[in-house]
Design a protein around this ligand. Structure first.
Ligand code: NAI
Ligand code: MG
Length: 491
């Protein structure tokens, strides 16, 4: 198996977090091991911060908001710094991709794709900084009324481990573009690229304290940040129960939140679809990042006449899928942790116990270390729509096929979970494309395509249990700011 930079990067390093423009250990001196999921081995460490570290970072962000003139800096200048950060991401692409792959176990090409997405966020939000305009509003005679978009102040970003660099970049891009300052708490399972990005931000000319990174567990550092009275807004991507806990903590101070909480996203395949074109996209939508993707296409609803053909073609591909170390760059890597592997294995075992048909299984590479957190992909057919497998997020390479008879039933099934993040619709019938896209309850609907991983310009977020608020695109800039209305009486 290959020996890439991603095999050796950061070996033995004791990473520091970045507070007020300076590298800092946790105040307690406690550390968390950085584990590579490909072999389950610890290769570095990060600070294990707690409430006192969060106090320090929030104070730095508050001071930077009040005095570093970040919010008062011309939007053009903020945009330039974000663009510069994008250029530094490009310059350091190999190192960032290697760090991301080793830290999360994702294949190196996925690490590179994530770096490209990060670059796109900084291009987009760098360019957008001076393009958010207010309104002038027709009002009473003798008055002029207008609106300004104002930053919230200090924004807390709580980041998950599945796409650490991408999700960090969308928070940093949109948050800083609008003039906020940030305290970011990356996931304890994957903090390395967040630390590196805070270093690059200093190099790009962001004033000290504008972008702080504090590492630590969700229970200690995350909870202290979400409930801190010194923050003005929280943005979170992760699981629904943690989203609830964060909202409860933020509610004590009545702070606003954006919540992106995953999904059980359906792809609806009608019998008239271009099945040849659909199949590779259907497979990729569930195996990308080992299925650890909020927008994973984890349910496929197939019109009965096409069911056998689509199922057979998917099975043929699933049989060939291989999981292995990130640096071997196979179809998928290891899952993030032993805990996550147990979660996925339990859901699969439960479905098997209930008699759900396994149509195909992928493999784990014979040379993959036994200590890695690998899970071979599984394809289930004729899944009971009420089952756990059809209703809940697995967050692993597990795909559920369901059959439907009519368009009405397809929509009902698509909308039958508590989630509503994204959806795919495959049909050549133009009128049906529009009908179904309108009736499916999801924040994004793709027609004859699928994938939210790209498209930094496309607003993204959910309905129901998938959360609220929108990330990405211009819409994220509205979430990251508030409207102020100013009224002049000039007689
Ligand atoms: P999680 O939602 O608990 O962790 C995400 C982030 O929240 C991490 O930075 C963590 O440190 C932080 N966090 C945890 N508890 C917190 C608290 N009480 N207050 C503040 N911050 C807190 O996700 P976890 O437990 O790692 O994964 C479990 C499941 O969550 C997965 O199986 C998957 O279904 C889902 N998930 C969904 C993601 C998405 O993109 N929508 C991303 C990651 C996980
Ligand atoms: Mg790790």
């Amino acid at each position: 198996m290959g020996a890439h930079l991603s095999t050796t990067v950061a070996e033995g390093r004791a990473f520091m977090q970045l507070v007020d423009g300076k590298a800092a250990d946790s105040l307690s001196g406690e550390r968390i091991d950085v584990v590579c999921p490909s072999d389950g081995r610890s290769f570095a460490s990060i600070p294990a911060s707690g409430k006192a570290d969060i106090d320090r970072a929030v104070a730095a962000a508050r001071t930077a908001f009040a005095t570093a003139s970040w919010a008062r800096m011309p939007a053009l200048e903020r945009g330039r710094r974000l663009t510069r950060l994008g250029l530094l991401v490009e310059k350091n692409a190999s190192e960032l991709a290697a760090l991301e792959s080793r830290d999360t176990g994702k294949p190196v090409r996925q690490g590179r794709a994530d770096v490209n997405a990060s670059l796109r966020y900084f291009e987009f939000y760098g360019g957008a900084a001076d393009k958010i305009h207010g309104d002038t509003i027709p009002f009473l005679d003798g008055y002029t009324a207008l609106t300004l978009r104002e930053p919230h102040g200090v924004v807390a970003g709580i980041i998950p481990w599945n796409y650490p660099l991408q999700i960090l970049s969308r928070v940093v891009g949109a948050g800083l573009s609008m003039g906020n300052t940030l305290v970011v708490k990356p996931a304890e399972d994957a903090s390395l690229t967040a630390i590196r990005m805070a270093e690059l931000a200093l190099e790009a000319g962001f004033p000290e304290g504008v972008f702080n990174v504090v590492t630590g567990t969700g229970r200690e550092a995350g909870a202290a940040l979400a409930g801190h009275p010194g923050i003005d807004y929280v943005t979170f991507t992760g699981s629904p129960p943690t989203g609830t806990a964060i909202q409860q903590a933020a509610a004590v101070n009545n702070r606003g939140v954006t919540m992106e909480l995953g999904g059980k996203s359906p792809q609806i395949v009608f019998a008239d679809a271009d099945i040849e074109k659909a199949v590779p996209v259907l497979v990729n939508a569930i195996i990308q990042n080992g299925g650890q993707t909020c927008s994973a296409g984890s349910r496929i609803l197939i019109e009965r006449p096409a069911y056998e053909e689509v199922a057979a073609r998917l099975a043929e591909r699933f049989e060939k899928l291989v999981a292995g170390p990130h640096d071997a760059d196979l179809d998928l890597g290891a899952l993030i942790s032993a805990r996550q592997k147990v979660r996925v294995a339990q859901m699969v075992a439960e479905a098997e116990r209930a008699g759900t048909k396994v149509l195909a299984r992928g493999a784990i590479h014979s040379e993959a270390p036994a200590s890695g957190h690998y899970f071979a992909p599984v394809l289930f057919g004729e899944v009971n729509p009420e089952s756990h497998l059809a209703q809940d997020e697995v967050f692993g390479p597990v795909l559920a096929l369901l059959a439907f008879e009519t368009e009405e039933q397809a929509i009902e099934l698509a909308n039958s979970t508590d989630y509503g993040l994204i959806a795919g619709v495959w049909t050549r019938d133009g009128a049906r494309q529009h009908r179904v896209a309108k009736r499916v309850r999801a924040g994004q609907v793709f027609v004859n395509a699928y994938g939210a991983g790209g498209g930094v310009e496309l607003p993204f977020g959910g309905f129901g249990k998938s959360g609220h608020g929108r990330e990405k695109g211009f819409e994220a800039l509205y979430d990251m700011s508030a409207t102020k209305t100013v009224v002049f009486n000039h007689g």
